[in-house]
Design a protein around this ligand. Structure first.
Ligand SMILES: [Ca+2]
Ligand SMILES: [Ca+2]
Ligand SMILES: [Ca+2]
Length: 477
């Protein structure tokens, strides 16, 4: 059973830091902004009962956060049956140091209203949503929304809040689970275009869409979903977790997972991967789509074998998982995992290596703690969902049961990045590490990410300039 306030250390940290909640300090484990709640100690159920009504600057159940190529931000809120959008992360943050940020300029699913939260407002249409979850967006702003309880995925042209294409239903007015055939029975007429509670979405460079079809224990690939004609999107052409499109079975192996599993596509160093976050089995599977067996996982995270599934197998550690939810990568290909059951975010520096373990943790003091709770103030989470890692390595976490989003300013990075080796001064050894990695990036063998001082994803002249400018400097402890 989780204690209300987590570890004693967490309680002390919360008590100490709640009084200086407005201070924004990068490079530490304390949040620097909170959204949708008035302070770090509150998690009221906005929009219901006597609590604050729904507004443009609050929400209830944050799920996914994505950013398009122009910097526009999109956040899904399933309890409020809407997706909100801001023109930039800066606009989302607003000028507040604590509290609400700035109002969004766009809403999906509520006919333009920022104060209604009705499921299928106006009926089931190309403008309605019922508990939207996953999001995916192209660089140009074409948005896909997993409209979970309408058992469909909607595509919105850039700038429009009216969908022009649907996957999983025959038209914009239909909303049946598996087109009416039930929870885990893909519709026999169109089994490759049938959904049961879709959640996470992702896109590859060719515009194929990967859909987590959680109620059918499978991940689908919808070919050419970005460029396909308006109307009903093409049938899926690939499926993970099932031998065919028609049948649904579950399991714990390199080819099978269970209900609720979430797929996320990433391209890393020229290779295409599908990661399946098999949260009930407390593991993440990695499928290599550029290899010879794309439907058999080549690696598993959080478990010693492909057939084990115990939470924190072998004890909680830097390589154990409990109910993982989402993963993201930064510019040097480090993997961040919302390890929700352990109320922590893990950073795995070498996720393609033989035994990937985390080197940093957010939400806990060490790798041996996993307690969470409601109202964890500035320090922790409880049952996190989506995750966004920015170019400067700020981290936004959808702290879902606390009904808030937390922003941490580069929480896992050094505040003195020119001190590459972390010994407290900027000196000859730091220069040596930088020069050894000069011209290299995360796909170079033996790359040392610490040498990327400016966090742009490679080691070059600007990193050298920053180091030389700070040469001889003493870094704060
Ligand atoms: Ca901080
Ligand atoms: Ca140093
Ligand atoms: Ca750099």
């Amino acid at each position: 059973m989780r204690s209300l306030y987590g570890s004693i250390g967490g309680l002390v940290a919360a008590a100490v830091f709640a009084s200086v909640a407005s201070a924004q300090v990068p490079g530490d484990n304390l949040a620097d902004l909170v959204f949708w709640q008035p302070d770090y100690g509150t998690n009221v159920n906005n929009g219901f009962g006597a609590n604050p009504p729904a507004s443009a600057v609050n929400g209830n159940s944050p799920q996914a956060m994505v950013v398009d190529g122009t910097g526009r931000v999109y956040i899904s809120d399933d309890a409020f049956n809407r997706v909100l959008s801001w023109p930039s992360l800066g606009a989302f943050d607003g000028s507040a140091t604590l509290g609400v940020g700035s109002p969004p300029d766009r809403v999906y699913g509520q006919l333009g209203s920022f104060t209604t939260i009705t499921a299928n407002n106006g009926g089931v249409t190309a403008n309605s949503l019922r508990q939207p979850r996953g999001l995916a967006v192209t660089a140009g702003g074409v948005l896909f929304v997993a409209d979970q309880e309408n058992h469909r995925v909607l595509r919105y042209p850039a700038g429009s809040t009216t969908a022009d294409a649907v996957f999983g239903q025959a038209n914009f007015g239909a909303s049946g689970q598996n087109r009416g055939s039930g929870a885990s029975f893909p519709n026999p007429t169109t089994p490759a275009n049938s959904l049961s509670r879709p959640r996470t979405l992702s896109l590859d460079a060719a515009g194929n869409l990967y859909v987590s079809d959680t109620g059918n224990a499978r991940i689908l690939r919808v070919p050419g979903a970005v460029s396909a004609a308006a109307g009903v999107l093409p049938n899926a052409d690939q499926v993970w977790g099932q031998a065919d499109f028609l049948n649904v079975t579950t399991g714990t192996s390199a080819t099978k997972f269970t209900f609720g599993a979430l797929g996320q596509y990433f391209r890393i160093c020229g290779t295409d991967y599908l990661f399946v976050i098999d949260n009930i089995n407390n593991r993440i599977l990695r499928f290599n789509l550029s290899g010879g067996t794309p439907f058999t996982a080549e690696a598993v995270y959080g478990q010693p074998t492909f057939t084990s599934s115990t939470a924190n197998n072998g004890g909680i550690s830097a390589s154990s998982l409990s109910g993982p939810w989402e993963i993201q990568f930064d510019s040097v290909n480090r993997m961040y995992v919302t390890d929700a059951g352990n109320a922590r975010v893990l950073r795995i520096p070498n996720p393609l290596g033989p035994s990937p373990a985390a080197d940093k943790v957010l939400g806990q003091f060490d790798f041996l703690s996993g307690s969470g709770g409601l109202s964890q103030f500035q320090f922790g989470f409880f049952g996190m969902r989506g995750l966004l890692v920015t170019g400067s390595r700020d981290i936004y976490v959808a702290d879902n049961p606390n009904r808030r989003i937390l922003k941490f300013l580069s929480p896992l990075e050094s505040n003195c990045p020119a001190d590459v080796d972390g010994n407290g001064t900027v000196g000859a050894n730091d220069l040596s590490i930088l020069l050894t990695n000069f011209g290299a990036g995360p796909c170079s063998p033996g790359f040392d990410a610490r040498a990327d001082i400016d966090r742009n994803g490679s080691v070059g002249a600007n990193d050298l300039s920053v180091l030389l400018t700070n040469f001889g400097a003493v870094c704060p402890p």
